[in-house]
Ligand binder design. Structure first.
Ligand code: C5P
Length: 235
């Protein structure tokens, strides 16, 4: 995966097009529920036509057959990366990979990662709301191991979880990290945050950045700064 920060396009189709017009380079963008439910597959096709890479972040979590069939449809959109909730279980994740293989365009399926514990979830919330009586990192590691066993390519996790996960699961598994906040920016609803440089140091494979870019007064400038900090170069 290239060292491009993944920009979370958490807005409508019209806002997305206006936003993307400001950039004259290839981007890696994340289409999440808000945009996909408003604009549907057509926005994915339009963004692909612009030449950008796409992480379709729909976090599937359903019975294995439904997820398999849904993944076949998503693979046919020829996106680069998709995801599921690891809480859906081993069989659901295996079904997701099978569905992607069935829908793959030109024999190349999208990569697939699993959400472990959302970066907006604290250990207290996890224990109270989900009744998981372990530490947060134990739960993240358990879900990540399950995802690896199911044949997925990686997990979504907090940057602060990366070191531990790499130690247990190796560095050929991918660790995609949201909750990224450059120094001095608002954490909003995220709990476990890191700066782009911290994420790089901690071994993240990719960072997902939303509001620190999309909510900035100068999104292109913020993007370039974050890209430089993340990739560790001044180019
Ligand atoms: O604006 P912000 O940088 O917080 O956006 C983070 C993006 O990453 C959002 O689109 C959110 O849905 C997504 N995400 C997350 N935590 C996860 C998985 C995805 O914040 N565990």
């Amino acid at each position: 995966m290239e060292k491009l920060p993944i920009i979370a396009l958490d807005f409508t189709g019209e806002e997305t097009k206006t936003f993307l017009k400001q950039f004259d380079e290839q981007l890696f963008v994340k289409v999440g529920m808000e945009l996909f439910y408003e604009s549907g597959p057509s926005i994915v096709k339009e963004i692909k036509m612009m030449g950008h890479k796409i992480f379709l972040d729909l976090k599937l979590h359903d019975i294995p057959t439904t997820v398999q069939k849904a993944m076949t449809q998503l693979a046919a959109l020829d996106v680069d990366l998709v995801n599921v909730h690891a809480a859906g279980g081993l069989n659901m994740m295996k079904a997701a990979v099978k569905g992607l293989d069935e829908g793959a365009v030109n024999g190349k399926r999208p990569e697939i990662i699993a959400v472990t514990q959302l970066t907006s979830t604290s250990e207290n919330q996890m224990q109270n709301d989900q009744q998981i009586h372990s530490t947060l990192i134990q739960s993240v590691l358990h879900y990540a191991s399950l995802a690896k066993q199911a044949g997925l390519d990686g997990v979504v996790c907090a940057a602060t979880d990366c070191r531990h996960l790499i130690g247990e699961l190796g560095s050929d598994f991918k660790y995609i990290t949201p909750g990224i906040r450059p120094n001095g920016t608002d954490t909003n609803d995220q709990v476990r945050t890191a700066t782009p440089a911290e994420a790089a140091q901690l071994g993240a494979s990719a960072i997902v950045v939303g509001r620190a870019i999309t909510g900035s007064e100068d999104p292109v400038k913020s993007y370039q700064q974050i890209k430089t900090e993340w990739s560790g170069t001044d180019e």
